[in-house]
Design a protein around this ligand. Structure first.
Ligand SMILES: [Ca+2]
Length: 536
């Protein structure tokens, strides 16, 4: 089988995707059916507005080309709750008969119009929630909304998405006269925290779930982010825009070949265990601005600390370390003015309820125990935020889960998701796991997409290079749910800044990995096979 030898650009493929759903003209009655939703109470929600947009419209900065009914609702399960959500309904004649919920990112308090637009273009009725708070500050990282609002923390952790899903699924039949045939959830990052919450706690909500870079144990992720940012909080020279580039170049130079192919990508970073001291300056070349690329002793120690992962002083592992090959994103994630991503505000605003607490003073023995036993609305932080590996009910009712992760993710270490997958296999056995839960790690991909490696297999990873189940995880999920045909590989692509496809590569089902045949162009997916990796 040959794959995609020549591509003009991904952008050229997109109009074809959109055209099929645009072809159906709005039927008489769509506008009326939409307007009658306004003011009603449906599925536990109050519908604040319902507007028929015959020519599409612009939501935030997202332009929507299709006509749709824009429903805005609110749910208030507690006196402290205000869960905002939107449901977008395509015309009855363009509806594919299914419903799709969209995940969010970070601790974001906003609906996600981009994924909703994409779902609408595929014919879905779609929903996105603000997770129970509005917060446009900090790029989704600000948590001032959590201070003195424990019920809002519970809303964010699991309640908002569940209740928004329940309400949206009740709105669908009011508009179309029948419920959705199948229900899907599409997500990455924090959205996949919610994806796992849904599949494990509320398995009837969704038939098919796509989740990636999943922080399945949110408290561990926050501990890890604080751990990773500790060197830069103590000494700003420990992590700089230059030092992470030097570190990354060194690791790629040392480890690229370990996967059997020198292509600039560390395909599985578990093979790479190089001590960063190898790149430390010596002799007269003492700084990163010196003649050769090298690291200061402080930068070497910072790198060792971040690769090692968060631990207590007795060696108890709190969070796996970052992998070699992920360094380019470290400065943004763990350095700069607000290091530590979502963890920057998490301890002071949400957990300790002490706005004066400084992360640089976080004690991984004392403060870890104090945090994990903190009560949130009568439950411990762990009970509210962390997941159990229990898909029993989801699996029993035929649910399907496609799980993916970038091997070069600088935000959520891929080792967290490998750990999760291994726990699923330990609970159900390999054969039963393959029947409902499949894992696809992407060589060289960053956080949810991008990076030096391969992505563009749908969802957050970017538009696929072909609209079919062999290239798009969303299409594969539909096929798995509807026809029982499980995905075994995807053809991913690297796409450059000019939107040109520079290489394709199979993304194999874990634990298989793509191996070059030893002949033929290594930029062509057709010259690879999925095979059992050599022992590491
Ligand atoms: Ca390589």
């Amino acid at each position: 089988m040959r794959y995609l030898k020549t591509f003009a650009s991904v952008a050229a493929l997109l109009p074809a995707l959109a055209a099929s759903s645009q072809a159906a003209k709005p039927q008489t009655g769509d506008a009326e059916n939409c307007s009658t939703l306004a003011g009603r109470h449906i599925g536990g929600a109050e519908i604040q507005s319902a507007t028929w947009l015959a020519d599409g419209g612009t939501v935030g900065t997202t332009q929507v080309a299709q006509p749709f009914c824009r429903v805005i609702g609110v749910i208030t399960p507690t006196g402290d709750s205000h869960i905002g959500f939107e449901v977008w309904l395509p015309p009855a004649g363009a509806w594919n008969g299914n419903f799709r919920g969209e995940g969010s990112g970070g601790s974001a308090g906003a609906i996600s119009p981009g994924p909703m637009r994409d779902a609408l273009a595929m014919g879905y009725a779609t929903m996105s929630t603000d997770n129970g708070h509005l917060d446009g500050q900090g790029g989704g990282y600000g948590l001032s909304w959590a201070y003195k609002h424990p019920e809002k923390m519970i809303d964010w952790a699991w309640r908002a998405l569940h209740l928004s899903t329940v309400a949206a699924k009740k709105i669908v039949p009011v508009f179309y006269g029948k419920p959705a045939a199948k229900n899907y959830f599409i997500s990455c990052s924090a959205g996949s925290h919610h994806a796992i919450m849904e599949a494990t706690r509320f398995p009837a909500d969704y038939d098919g779930v796509l989740g990636g870079a999943a922080p399945w144990k949110w408290t561990a992720l926050m501990l890890g982010h604080t751990w990773n940012s500790m060197p830069a909080m103590k000494d700003p020279t420990a992590l700089t825009p230059q030092s992470v580039v030097i570190l990354n170049r060194g690791m790629v130079r040392e480890c690229d070949h370990l996967d059997g192919l020198e292509d600039g990508i560390i395909a599985d970073p578990r093979r790479c265990t190089v001590d960063p001291v190898k790149f430390q300056c010596s002799g007269t070349d003492k700084s990163e601005t010196g003649k050769s690329e090298c690291l200061t002793p402080v930068q070497v120690e910072a790198a060792r600390h971040i690769y090692a992962g968060a631990k207590k002083s007795d060696g108890t592992v709190l969070m796996p370390g970052q992998v070699r090959g992920s360094e380019l994103g470290w400065y943004v994630q763990s350095g700069g003015a607000t290091p530590g991503g979502s963890s920057w505000d998490f301890w002071r605003q949400a957990v300790f309820q002490d706005p004066d607490f400084k992360n640089v003073n976080f004690d991984f023995d004392r403060d870890t125990d104090r945090a994990l036993t903190t009560k949130v609305g009568g439950h411990t932080l762990t009970q509210v935020y962390d997941q159990k590996v229990d898909f029993d009910r989801f699996k029993a009712r035929g649910g399907k889960f496609i799980f993916f992760q970038g091997w070069a993710d600088p935000v959520i270490t891929p080792m967290m998701d490998v750990d999760f997958y291994q726990r699923v296999v330990a609970r159900y056995g390999q054969a039963a796991t393959d029947g409902f839960f499949r894992f696809f790690p992407l060589a060289g991909m960053g956080h949810c997409g991008g990076g030096v490696g391969f992505s563009h297999i749908g969802g957050a990873t970017g538009a696929p290079i072909q609209d079919d189940a062999g290239h798009d995880m969303v299409r594969a999920l539909e096929q798995w749910v509807n026809a029982g045909e499980a995905p075994s590989l995807f053809i991913a692509a690297h796409i450059n800044e000019k939107k040109e496809i520079t290489a394709t590569r199979p993304i194999c089902r874990y634990p298989l990995e793509a191996r070059h045949l030893g002949h033929g162009d290594a930029k062509e997916a057709a010259n690879f096979v999925c095979s059992v990796p050599k022992p590491m």
